[in-house]
Design a protein around this ligand. Sequence first.
Ligand code: NAD
Length: 259
Amino acid sequence: MYLKDKVALVTGAAQGIGKAFAQALLEKGCKVGLVDQNAELGKESKDNLDKQFDTQRTIFIPCDVSDEEQLKDAFKKIFDSFGRLDIVVNNAGINNEKNWEVTVQINLISMIRGTYIGLDYMKTENGGNGGAIVNISSLAGLMPVPYQPVYCASKHGVIGFTRSMAMLSKTGNYGVRINTICPGFVNTPILQTIEKEENMGEYLAYKDELKDMMKYYGLLAPSLIAEGLIKILEDDTLNGEVMKITTKRGIHFHEYSPL
Ligand code: NAD
């Protein structure tokens, strides 16, 4: 996809990886709808972007992605503001093993809903222009994580859903490519949650083991994950791919052996 003047919706865009996605998309000439439940940080992010890019190229929509009406409304506002929608990045995610149902709600259910709403706008059979959806999983979507079982399950779910939808999109000629990115540890505020009882519950006892894992795997820069996103968006041959990003091997694709 040629990215200049395409319209992207990014959830969880106020900080961390989502913020890096917005920056990279704007640098490629996209217009970006920033969606985040943190209104203060979201506005701050837009203000910072306004110093680098035309203010008309971004819009911030405060929205809790786990609220169906708010999410639908965010899509509508972005579509109405820019007149089209070409890219959806379902990136908003949390780590909460204590209130684990919320983790499933945000990381899995809201990602599914974001994909379905995105397809409603972009599917060629609905009069859309086609486009691309990228769902953010994690290496935790491909391997067990002993102290984050629900986060791990939610991210496995992202991969299964994304690969299935990609096949459906191809057979149904939706005109929308659907892929997922699985980063290793990335240097963002989410990493601080492993120190908090409100996030980790009884697994807080294992925070040092998690810190050791971070040391072992190393931390990635959010900008590298954004580089992976741009690669997926620009390469029209990619559909149903699971992109892994690690400190050891950089950006590469997961290969599945036949069952
Ligand atoms: P982060 O906590 O730094 O940022 C997440 C953003 O999502 C925040 O701005 C937050 O306000 C927003 N958000 C959370 N819940 C929301 C909701 N209900 N509605 C709207 N916005 C909401 O986290 P991050 O590291 O930037 O993570 C982004 C994505 O990448 C997540 O899906 C995460 O699971 C995934 N990921 C992160 C890492 C990592 O090590 N940082 C590794 C692999 C995958």
